[in-house]
Design a protein. Structure first.
Length: 437
């Protein structure tokens, strides 16, 4: 049986959050996970689990027992008749996608990175883009949770439905997820077209672009009038992937190595950022056909800080124009593009897309740069447009400011008290953004 080890310091991927837990544990399965939580409960310790550490917030921090889910990455069951797949919560989206491909299956949508664990992705409402497609949490059909006393609770739309509804976006406060059942579908290919376009043209045609493509997103390049656009559509065409050399050049050398060098230069000499930014739209048009999961996700080696807000889809163009105007007016040197994506409404209490068609707008700054002025300004813009923050990314909200933005806020807290009446899975972050149990 796994035992809690001695104290060690943990830091997330972005370097924006760290903690020194009293003990760490690395369970190999659900039984060991439950035993560790039960032991912590007996000692009055608080508990937090972490996966890839890709959240930018303090959601995974604790001064008590810190649980790594890296040892829980198995695919437990594949039902080809229904397309439902049950996995351990620590499996990364990249590893899951590869395993599904072998079975002739795929997730209907993914975000643009695949390092996250499944548990971390659903707890924070991670998403991709697509007018008819929800966040990854909407693909969940069942969960097993280790609750505050170390017992295991199985939940689904038919069993403990209130807990299930809340735990699909639990922000780490609904217990430790041990297994997840996901609705998958037959593997499919995507025809991808990536090209620079004028920002004004994109915003003027935005409804048409979003509605006419299965997956549409764009990246506004600050200090220019350009946007880098991506349109991905399902196809029966034969595979025509980028050649290895082209893929390596685009995704590694240009998007990571060269871009990272530009960011470092821009951090040392901010006045050069506008000139450096003009190099980004020069990549030209790229078109290819590949397996869906290979099109959705790209490698990310450049570390950064990020904030992302969900606004009503109709407010998207106004929000982008307001961010651009603030950058231009203040002459703030921003080397990262502003990412814009689209998500269908859902019925999950704390999903940022709950009850409305949604446009997500994400802003980034290179590591080591003070993000507070830029992110605060963007947050102010999004607040006036009904914005809800992405739970895994930086923001300055509190439970008092967030509660009015979520019509089903109270439903979440009823379910939270059901599984964790003693606040076993609370920490400073959840106390701030959700309130105390």
């Amino acid at each position: 049986m796994a035992k809690a080890a001695s104290r060690s310091r943990w830091t997330n991927w972005a370097g924006t959050a760290s903690c020194a837990p009293a003990a760490v544990g690395a369970p190999a399965d659900e039984d060991e996970l439950a035993a560790l939580v039960k032991g912590a409960a007996a000692e009055g310790q608080r508990v937090k689990a972490y996966g890839a550490g890709h959240s930018f917030t303090g959601a995974a921090l604790t001064d008590g027992l810190h649980l790594s889910l890296d040892g829980m990455q198995r695919v437990l069951d594949v039902d080809r008749a229904t397309g439902r797949v049950t996995v351990e919560a620590g499996i990364t989206l990249a590893r899951l996608s590869e395993a599904l491909s072998v079975e002739g299956l795929a997730l209907e949508n993914l975000g643009d990175i695949a390092y996250q664990s499944v548990a971390g992705a659903i707890n924070t409402s991670t998403h991709g883009t697509g007018r008819h497609l929800g966040t990854l949490s909407t693909q969940v059909r069942g969960l097993r949770l280790v609750t505050g006393d170390g017992s295991v609770l199985e939940c689904s739309p038919d069993e403990e439905p209130e807990v299930f509804a809340a735990a699909r976006v639990g922000v780490g406060a609904m217990g430790v997820v041990s297994t997840v059942t996901l609705q998958c579908q037959p593997a499919f290919r995507l025809h991808a077209v990536e090209e620079p376009r004028r920002l004004d043209e994109v915003l003027e045609q935005l409804d048409e672009l979003v509605d006419d493509n299965d997956h549409y997103e764009f990246f506004y390049v600050p200090h220019t009038g350009w946007a880098l656009t991506k349109a991905n559509n399902r196809t029966e065409e034969e595979l025509a992937p980028r050649r290895w050399a082209k893929s390596f050049k685009d995704d590694v050398l240009l998007a990571n190595v060269a871009f990272g060098a530009l960011c470092r230069l821009g951090r040392r000499r901010p006045s050069l950022v506008p000139r450096l930014a003009r190099a980004l739209p020069s990549s030209g048009r790229v078109e290819y056909v590949d397996h869906s999961f290979k099109v959705f996700a790209s490698p990310r080696y450049v570390h950064f800080s990020e904030m992302e807000y969900a606004v009503p889809r109709a407010a998207g163009p106004e929000a982008v124009r307001a961010v651009k105007a603030w950058i231009d007016r203040t002459r703030t040197m921003v080397s990262f593009p502003v990412e814009v994506r689209f998500v269908a409404p859902d019925d999950i209490p704390l999903s940022p897309a709950s009850g409305r068609e949604t446009c997500y707008i994400a802003v980034h700054l290179y590591k080591g740069i003070d993000y507070v002025p830029y992110f605060s300004a963007v947050e102010s813009i999004m607040k006036d447009l009904g914005g809800r923050p992405h739970w895994g990314k930086l923001h300055f909200q509190t439970a008092e400011t967030l509660a009015p933005r979520y019509p089903r806020w109270d439903e979440f807290h009823v379910a939270r008290r059901r599984v964790d009446p003693d606040g076993r899975f609370a920490n400073d972050y959840t106390d701030r953004v959700l309130g105390k149990v």
